[in-house]
Design a protein around this ligand. Sequence first.
Ligand SMILES: C/C(=C\Cc1cc(O)c2ccccc2c1O)CCC[C@H](C)CCC[C@H](C)CCCC(C)C
Ligand SMILES: C[S@@+](CC[C@H](N)C(=O)[O-])C[C@H]1O[C@@H](n2cnc3c(N)ncnc32)[C@H](O)[C@@H]1O
Length: 249
Amino acid sequence: MTIGAAYIPSPLSSSSSAAERQVLFDRIAPVYDSLNDTLTFRQHRVWKRMSVSWSRAKKGDRVLDLCCGSGDLTFLLSERVGSQGETNGVDFSSEQLSIASSRQRSRWRRCYSNIAWSVGDAVDLRFPDEHFDAITVGYGLRNIVDKPKAMEEIFRVLKPGSTVSVLDFNKASNATAFVATFQDWMIDNVVVPAATRYGLKEEYAYLKASIAEFLTGKEQEKLAKEVGFSGVKHYEIAGGLMGNLVAVK
Ligand SMILES: C/C(=C\Cc1cc(O)c2ccccc2c1O)CCC[C@H](C)CCC[C@H](C)CCCC(C)C
Ligand SMILES: C[S@@+](CC[C@H](N)C(=O)[O-])C[C@H]1O[C@@H](n2cnc3c(N)ncnc32)[C@H](O)[C@@H]1O
């Protein structure tokens, strides 16, 4: 029995529940895009282009951007598949989706009319089996509590022969410990202080723990093979700071 102060789990620890993470992403939504641009000197846009290109999405395809957030990868996918294609952006944060949808209205391009946004959980996708020609997941997998279940769902909704492209921070192996040191230094000394100005210190401090507990490239490859993917390769990008898993069903 607990006497005195009740035990209240921190909503922002790396062991937080999916619901607590949803609250976190709702909270950071208003500053998420501008902080990413500032912190990476807009380089995250280059990494996102690379990731979308690895997905091998093409004109007329039906595609999914899972954990789409404010929609950076969704818009790139939409441009690739064009007006004849169909683009789905799914996220469990309604605040992120609301920003995605207002960006869609403000930066209107003909192909963007092919985008459908929906609130949904990566571990329980509301799509039929073998539905998509390509899937992207940008900075999403690390934040999903049940990663094996999410990979199973991605495998289920992909058509045979199609590709999932998963962009995220690279959890460096021991051989490249200096990358991990640099990532940690950047988060402690640049990212968290910048976020603190918006009252989001804890939300961005979560980033460091989430990377520490993430899967290495090799572990991501192993997970993808375990759920059934055959052609599987993890690429390190941005000098090893970021990584991208490419897996073919
Ligand atoms: C892309 C970045 C953050 C995405 C992001 C992902 C998450 O899972 C979050 C979870 C909770 C809160 C926030 C986020 C979130 O913002 C920005 C990453 C910044 C890097 C830590 C710093 C990289 C700096 C490099 C100097 C950039 C230039 C690279 C070079 C040109 C190779
Ligand atoms: C760091 S953001 C990335 C957003 C966008 N993909 C990008 O690259 O800018 C991570 C996103 O994953 C979403 N997310 C995390 N876990 C999720 C889950 N289980 N189901 C759906 N979305 C999830 C969050 O709401 C958040 O918008």
